[in-house]
Design a protein around this ligand. Structure first.
Ligand code: ADP
Ligand code: TYD
Length: 216
């Protein structure tokens, strides 16, 4: 079986330096943006050129997703899928690929694994979702899936306006979590998100240093 790094050898290179592509995933409130920020700061202190991105983006499709999710008529799973893919295609073309080509470190909060988990939990087959991404995604070097029980995630974000107002949100998020935990992709590593943020950060850093000794 190929390793994730072998699979990414088609990733753009420049000046002999390959940009590193790191993704954070997990249910809402799992601690993704906290960890993305801690890691970005650490890498910047080491003089690395880091770009932090997130999906849904602040581009036209990402904003459309936010706007539509506020209205009372909910989108069908396929309409939702279509919008997330349009947003991602644009993110890869405008942001991710150029940053990696420039040798930067890309830290991305949510990627196609979120689509597998969230739109998969709405009934779309994971194979169909993967198929729709096959032609355009750049595979990350490593994906940290921060895992917390749904009740923990929801407790942490109880004051935040949520994009999704699905019925039985808790049941829905349980399905989302199960899909995250079942992903077979070798680049995905599951991390216990219940630990204190600093402890999670140390764990992530030690994994990264083992995988990429040049970071130390
Ligand atoms: P996400 O980006 O996955 O939605 P955030 O990083 O925004 O999650 O964290 C959600 C909330 O939980 C924030 O208030 C944050 O300060 C808090 N938080 C993040 N990580 C932890 C942790 N490991 N333990 C306890 N609280 C955390
Ligand atoms: P979130 O990370 O909360 O973005 P923001 O904080 O900018 O609003 O993502 C919003 C919601 O979108 C979240 O509940 C997960 C969902 N989502 C999907 O359903 N599919 C996807 O492909 C992505 C990227 C997100």
């Amino acid at each position: 079986m190929k390793t994730s790094l072998q699979k990414t050898t088609s990733r753009p290179e420049k000046g002999g330096r390959i940009g590193l592509f790191i993704v954070f995933e997990g249910i809402d409130g799992s601690g993704k943006s906290t960890q993305a920020e801690l890691l970005a700061e650490k890498l910047r202190r080491r003089g690395m050129d880091v770009v932090r991105l997130s999906e849904p983006t602040r581009g036209k499709w990402g904003e459309k997703i936010r706007e539509l999710s506020k209205s009372s008529d909910s989108l069908s799973p396929r309409e939702e899928l279509d919008l997330f893919i349009k947003d991602r295609r644009e993110d890869v073309r405008k942001n991710i690929r150029p940053a990696l080509e420039a040798g930067r470190v890309v830290i991305l909060d949510r990627y196609f694994y979120s689509t597998l988990a969230y739109q998969g939990a709405r009934g779309i087959s994971l194979e169909e979702i993967r198929q729709k991404h096959r032609k355009f995604v750049i595979l990350p070097d490593v994906v940290f899936i921060l895992d917390v029980p749904v009740s923990t995630g929801l407790r942490r974000i109880k004051d935040r306006p949520v994009i999704y107002h699905l019925f039985e949100e808790k049941e829905y998020l349980k399905k989302v979590r199960e899909i995250f935990l079942s992903l077979p992709d070798p680049e995905c590593l599951i991390i216990d998100g219940r630990l204190p943020a600093e402890a999670i950060h140390r764990k992530i850093w030690s994994i990264l240093c083992r995988k990429f000794p040049e970071l130390k």
